[in-house]
Design a protein around this ligand. Structure first.
Ligand code: SF4
Ligand code: SF4
Length: 218
């Protein structure tokens, strides 16, 4: 039997082929190094969303889901697919290539050491980005205290155990989360597009997805 034929496409790569596979795994998380990009509007707040402490998130390095011990601010994905919103399918390019976040700049899919080195450290948070807008940071903090995922989980478990007070309290925080977004947009003059950055994804959605219970606003 002769030597096995190795085709060029089977060779391990050592530089980016611009195939876009990494961009099709969703938008990157932001780090402190990316703060200027946001401050200067190169990456607008409307293109971000927050995964709050306690939420389940995909671990892009080890795979699988992990429960977040601290919040992550990420670039949004397309509404119907886990593809970064800045990925341009037509020519397989990045719409913000010159201003792409640090995770995208250091990612080498053939060598995970650089991204592993920075993965969990120096993450950007809402509070850093809102440092100069104190009242908004306080609003975010108030929402976080009332609607923390740990608290929501305890209420879900108590509701499942038929505790009527827990059902009421759960309903209250779901309503609070819903109305705060409306009030912030209507009375605070904030764009509805930045609500998922300010308060994370709607609490009712997160609870349904993460704890497997159907919740309806009353
Ligand atoms: S880093 Fe790897 S997966 Fe991402 S575009 Fe380059 S070759 Fe493709
Ligand atoms: S910001 Fe650009 S390089 Fe980074 S994941 Fe999105 S499309 Fe890809």
């Amino acid at each position: 039997m002769g030597p096995e034929m190795i085709k060029p496409e089977d060779l391990p790569i050592s530089s980016c082929q611009r195939c876009g596979a990494c961009c099709r795994k969703g938008g990157p998380a932001l780090h402190l190094e990316d703060r200027e990009l946001v401050d200067q509007g190169k990456i607008p707040l409307a293109s971000l969303y927050t995964l709050r402490k306690g939420e389940l998130a995909r671990d892009n390095i080890k795979g699988g889901l992990i429960r977040l011990s601290a919040e992550i601010v990420k670039i949004r994905s397309l509404p119907d697919a886990a593809i970064c919103m800045y990925f341009n399918e037509t020519d397989q390019s990045c719409d913000i290539y010159l201003h792409r976040p640090v995770e995208c700049r250091i990612l080498e899919c053939w060598n995970t050491n650089p991204i592993e080195g920075m993965y969990a450290r120096t993450r950007l948070s809402r509070y850093v980005l809102l440092e100069k807008v104190g009242w908004l940071a306080e609003l975010v903090q108030a929402h976080e205290e009332k609607c923390a995922l740990d608290r929501a989980e305890k209420l879900v478990q108590a509701r499942i155990a038929d505790d009527p007070a827990a059902a009421d309290a759960l309903n209250e925080i779901i309503n609070y989360d819903f109305h705060l977004r409306q009030v912030a947009a209507e009375k605070g003059g904030l764009s509805p597009d930045i609500m998922d950055f300010l308060f994370g994804r709607p609490l009712a959605e997160v609870i349904s997805r993460q704890f497997g219970v159907k919740v309806q606003r009353r």
